[in-house]
Unconditional design. Structure first.
Length: 583
């Protein structure tokens, strides 16, 4: 018997790290220029300095797999890299490989275990006579991306193994003859290879845009985003948004091109001509909101194959992205006050707090209504000509949230409750909350989505769902949700910090309260992952202003902090009972 060969282990991402070093080598430490906010997002390079390279003669099976994975990882940024990746694979295997069926986002290095799989019966045979090998790539996965660009974050790094089969060719060279669909990328490289994209869909009353975050290959992101817009909103937003693009409309050519003058040309099939002028205007605005990035100054031109579609000036549509309307309000011993910069000022707003024990505050847009949670047993409106009005009574009601229709949301146990502007209180039936205890609710500024923190079997979790409403804007139900911030431990509260980002209060491994940012669709940190916010200790409440990035945190001693940069939190005031931005 021959002695079995020991598997060889090697770093999968060494070449990827080297590729990133090429990019980094183009950078320098600035010695002049304006001071920049450390919290600001860094601009992603549109092109990456990566040199495609095929296999070297005589490469071993693990070297072939390593080379393929390195080139394939760069493929979303460069067609040349996919062409180079093809050289590592047999023709039949390449034809059957679906590169974007599933993308694995890796934490740290992946390792290769390689072994010769089928050995000749002749004990005197040499390695050159072995014709088949198996290489397994093992890694910890922190997130996955599906074929539609939907990002799903893991609660904790999950070990996964991907197997490659190789065959020695007639010329003696190894090539991959069977492989699993998809790509493997490190978190450091993911944000370079894939483009963070917000698809925008209008609310049913055509008043606001609702973002749906996806990640598309950087090389083709505009084409992929347009295809997804034409396909309509995702299932969880299907009843909270609308589409006016006629069913069956697709791209006439499988490409959205950008001309030398910066014009983005979108050529659609003839079904688009079924849309009215107003519908075409909305479709154009939807594509502009999605495809034109801030400060680009580009125009989108729609055409029916080759004939431009005229949108009358009178039909032009301009909808706002989600944003918080109004200033933050705080409750102190002096009553209701307004947060102005890093200080409190008397609010020019009459409220009645006599006899109440305010434990939470919520404010509508334009300061109407103002409501407080009295202890944990009542939700009370404290503004208006009628003085105090009890909206809800119960036991252990969660802190209220006010939507743009002036409806007040709360919850008790597994039941969501809504007090309408008319004063009527009604439950919202939500099957996925059965046998769970709701801990926090917060409606997004445009009123199409709600963030819910709940506790039950499997622990605590944060979900975002679409709000289903009737023609009058009255809530009738919630969609099946998507999970957000899976890595956050012991989540207690969630607040909308940006259009598709939540600020979440949770705990670290030492049991200390911490603040995290998590994206609905992954966008908060490196590789789309949830990240911890530094500079604030022991937060017990957080409220945010969508559109400005402003955040206020209240600690257990009643000290109110305002976020100035990613790590600086100056004190606004002490002795604060509750604080809230509108929403």
């Amino acid at each position: 018997m021959r002695t079995p060969r020991r598997p060889r282990t090697t770093a999968l991402l060494a070449a990827t790290v080297a590729a990133l070093a090429v990019v980094a080598g183009c950078a320098r430490i600035p010695t002049d220029g304006a001071v920049r906010d450390g919290a600001a997002e860094l601009e992603q390079a549109s092109e990456i300095g990566f040199i495609p390279a095929g296999p070297t003669p005589g490469a071993s099976p693990d070297e072939i797999v390593r080379g393929f994975l390195t080139q394939a990882a760069a493929g979303p940024t460069s067609a040349g890299s996919f062409a180079a990746a093809q050289e590592f694979v047999t023709r039949s295997a390449w034809t059957g490989w679906d590169r974007y069926a599933r993308v694995l986002v890796l934490d740290g290095e992946a390792l290769l275990d390689s072994s010769l799989a089928e050995e000749p019966a002749d004990e005197e045979a040499t390695d050159a006579e072995v014709t088949t090998a198996v290489v397994t790539a093992r890694a910890n996965v922190v997130a996955t991306l599906d074929e539609n660009g939907v990002y799903t974050e893991e609660a904790r790094p999950s070990p996964e193994a991907v197997t490659f089969e190789l065959t020695r060719q007639a010329d003696g060279e190894w090539r991959i003859s069977q492989l699993e669909d998809g790509l493997m990328l490190s978190t450091a490289f993911f944000g370079q290879a894939f483009h963070l994209t917000s698809l925008y869909f209008p609310t049913p009353d055509l008043s606001w845009w609702v973002p749906d975050v996806r990640w598309f290959p950087r090389q083709t992101w505009r084409t992929d985003a347009t295809s997804q817009i034409l396909a309509g909103p995702p299932e969880w937003l299907a009843d909270s948004t609308v589409t006016v693009i006629p069913e069956g409309t697709t791209l006439a050519i499988d490409a959205v091109t950008v001309g030398d003058d910066g014009t983005i040309d979108v050529s659609l099939t003839s079904t688009i001509t079924q849309a009215t002028s107003q519908e075409r205007a909305l479709a154009l605005a939807q594509l502009e909101a999605t495809l034109v990035e801030g400060g680009e100054g580009r125009d989108v031109v729609l055409s029916d194959r080759t004939s431009p579609l005229v949108v009358p000036e009178s039909a032009v549509v301009e909808l706002p992205r989600p944003r918080t309307l109004g200033a933050a309000r705080a409750l102190t011993a002096d009553g209701l006050q307004e947060v102005v910069g890093h200080s409190l000022e008397d609010a020019d707003l009459a409220v009645s707090l006599e006899g109440l024990d305010p434990t939470a505050l919520a404010v509508g847009s334009g300061d109407s209504p103002v409501v407080v949670r009295d202890g944990k047993e009542r939700i009370v409106r404290v503004s208006g000509d009628q003085g105090q009005t009890v909206l809800m009574s119960g036991t252990n009601l969660v802190a209220p949230s006010v939507d743009r229709f002036d409806a007040v949301w709360s919850a008790q146990g597994d039941e969501l409750l809504v007090a309408l502007a008319s004063g009527q209180v009604q439950p919202v039936d939500v099957s996925w909350l059965a046998d769970r205890a709701v801990l926090s609710v917060r409606v997004s500024p445009e009123g199409a989505r709600i963030a819910v923190v709940s506790s039950g079997t499997g622990g605590r979790s944060v979900h975002v769902a679409g709000i289903q409403r009737d023609a009058d804007g009255v809530p009738t139900g919630l969609s099946d949700p998507v999970q957000v911030g899976a890595p956050v431990s012991q989540a207690a509260l969630a607040s909308w910090q940006e259009g598709a980002v939540l600020a979440i209060l949770g705990m670290n491994n030492d049991g200390d309260r911490i603040l995290s940012l998590a994206g609905v669709g992954g966008q908060a940190g490196t590789g789309g992952q949830t990240r911890t916010v530094t500079g604030v200790t022991g937060p017990r409440w957080v409220t945010s202003s969508v559109g400005t990035g402003a955040m206020l945190v209240l600690d257990g001693d009643g000290t109110l902090y305002s976020r100035q940069t990613s790590s600086l939190w100056p004190v606004v005031s002490e002795g604060v009972t509750a604080v809230a931005y509108p929403g």
